[in-house]
Design a protein around this ligand. Structure first.
Ligand code: HEM
Length: 289
């Protein structure tokens, strides 16, 4: 049973709102709109912009499918964005989003006022509304308590982080094989090998527990299902390095990538997580670990 934390933010008087809007006009507009019409890639621009240790969500924010500020993201906005951008089924989108909301979402009290009133009137006529939403940076925290973040991330360090670590990103990309044409590509075996190397560095209480092992496998499975392509019938599926570099590193929709033609569902995600786990076992056995 989850306990839903409910913190009520301080009411914002309309006057303060106006000052905020002058200071960070784009950030605050973005947090009100459920999503942008313009889906071009824009890196976080304002000091208040918030990001998670999740390339999936940061990419959605950097393209305006969820508020670009990374703040005050509603449940429906997030579910819709995940389904629309990544072609993920409703049950899988719910499975990703519901636990995230139960753990990290907060109630926020907003004070709105009608623009047609004069300033003095609008203060007295303002009315409250409540949203239940998440802010991306809250996802970076580790336990105590049930938190998603773990210490075997592919490109994030072992402490709360909101952006990828450049050295880790290079280490990850270096696991790619060079194919016959000297073209970098990532196989499921490379993904599993890198996971083993990350997990084998963890000692004592930092070792992944059963739940976080499954979380990490789920992340690898989604990465595989979103980006792996079979170039010809005689080759195995692989991920282009440029996709990994742009999605994990720059947190954007990779050039030339189109969302999977087949909807990614729960059964498929579970199946691929099982394949990664099997490959990890093979790698561990080969290393004698
Ligand atoms: C289709 C949607 C999503 C995709 C493709 C995705 C993918 C990923 C990937 C690949 C990672 C691993 C990053 C790394 O190893 O460096 C990750 C991490 C994470 N994701 Fe997502 N994610 C999605 C949705 C979500 C949702 C809905 C939440 C919660 C609301 C979430 C929360 C997190 C968190 C907290 C981490 C950090 C875990 C860690 O320490 O590695 N993700 N995600």
């Amino acid at each position: 049973m989850f306990i839903v934390p409910a913190s009520i933010s301080a009411p914002r008087l309309p006057l303060l709102h106006i000052e905020d809007d002058c200071f960070h006009s784009e950030a605050s507009t973005a947090s009100i709109a459920s999503h942008d019409e313009d889906h071009s890639y824009i890196r976080p621009t304002f000091p208040d912009d918030s990001r998670a240790p999740c390339p999936g969500l940061n990419t959605l924010a950097n393209h305006g499918y969820i508020p670009r500020s990374g703040r005050d993201i509603s449940f429906l906005t997030l579910v819709r964005a995940i389904m629309e951008v990544y072609n993920i089924s409703l049950p899988l989108a719910l499975m990703l989003t519901v636990p995230g909301f139960l753990i990290y979402a907060r109630f926020q009290l907003h004070w709105n006022s009608s623009a047609s009133f004069s300033d003095t009137e609008s203060i007295s006529q303002s009315f409250p509304s409540i949203s239940y939403s998440i802010t991306l940076s809250s996802l970076a925290s580790f336990g105590p308590g049930l938190k998603i973040a773990h210490r075997a991330s592919l490109v994030h360090p072992n402490y709360p982080s909101e952006k990828p670590d450049t050295n880790m990103l290079h280490g990850f990309l270096n696991y790619a094989r060079l194919s016959d044409e000297q073209r970098g590509c990532f196989t499921i075996h490379d993904l599993a090998s890198f996971r083993v190397s990350r997990e084998s560095n963890l000692q004592g209480p930092n070792k992944l527990d059963g739940i976080h092992e499954q979380v990490a496998l789920g992340e690898s499975s989604l990465t595989w299902l979103l980006f792996a392509k079979q170039i010809s019938s005689s080759t195995s599926p692989e991920i282009s390095l440029s996709y990994l570099e742009q999605w994990f590193g720059e947190e954007r929709i990779p050039d030339g990538w189109t969302r999977p033609t087949e909807t990614i569902g729960l059964i498929n995600a579970r199946k691929v997580a099982g394949q990664v786990q099997k490959e990890m076992k093979i790698v561990r056995e080969a290393k004698g670990k």
